[in-house]
Design a protein. Sequence first.
Length: 428
Amino acid sequence: MLLYTYLCFRINTISTYKKNKGHVIAQKVFIMLIFAVCYALILYHNFSLITFLCLALELIYLIFFPVLFKVIYPESSDVITNNMTFMLALGFVMIERLAPHNAIKQFGIVMAGSVLFFFIPVFFRKKEAVIKAKYVYAIVGIILLAITLVLGRTSFGANLSFTIAGLTFQPSEFVKILFVLFVASMLSKSSGFKEILISAIFAFAHVIILVLSTDLGAALIFFIVYLIMIYIASGKVVYLLTGFAAGAGASVVAYHLFAHIRVRVSVWLNPWADIDGKGYQITQSLFAIGTGGWFGMGLYGGLPTSIPVVSKDFVFSAIAEEFGLIFAICVALVCVSIFLEIMKNATLCKDMFNKLLAAGIGVLYIFQCFLTIGGVTKFIPSTGVTLPFVSYGGSSILSSLIMFAIVQTVCMKVREDINEKEIRKSKE
């Protein structure tokens, strides 16, 4: 895992595919080695024909998915593809360990999302058509959030999801992508006061509905992403400072308005005061991380299932307990590596739309990782946010695959521009 993490950052420093081809192949080998060891341990501790077949299909997927994508899209980013594959592999292992009854369902959702993954770059090639639909993204997003507010099922004090024909959806996972698309489209041509004002009104509508739904984790993500995108588009620090000041004030208001926010803050400050009640989840998380130590208890060696909702919000605690703190830190660093690769491509974009699109998704991804890891380690109050690709949840997996497919589209465009520039130079 240490070698794999080193290669993530090593590849980031090399500009051409030919020079880092060996590193890319080594990464793929390490992913297969890590998954193969986990595969053997899972079968040793919990053998069944269904488990064997499910893991075999997952292994085949992990081998052929990145290869097929590279063949179809040779200009795609290897760092993003490899790291996404690694996170999916880790997710397969953790779901099989923590919620084996959901393993097949999760794999089925990944397969469906992967089919979509191949077609999204084709759609986003039609940039002008995508930009023209800017108000559609905003209106559809607001409607979906409003439906969730009215009809949503309450979970841990927040209206998060609703069920249709036996399938449960968490609309905010998809609305965040629509939101990034709206802001990028709105500010791609101009970032004047009029565009800023219109985008701010729609952004406020999104956030206020999420606040009314008491889904404050999602509201915070939307707010931060919007501020960063506004700053990138305009280059004005005043928008950033004003936004953070407003956010700080809104946090105080939310604390006094919502009882479950006060509970989360009090639990964050002193979970030991009610260790058998409201502080049970976070204290069990801290016990798990502490018990694992640097090298972990080994797969099936710990007691991660004692943590409530461990396969969703607290999967990082389970990783730290059974794989160890070194491995868990490396997972966090892999997330940082993905973010750096996305932002590197955002800076290389020639047009503002792709720049904002990549930067918005990059910030969306890394801030979600921060909220997840920060919450389970008591660095910040728990927000109920999942770890992309690793946590259990169909909506989370699908939205993450869509986000990374969009990012790959931007990466391909950047590489095509670089290749054209090199060909032009060689001809000159």
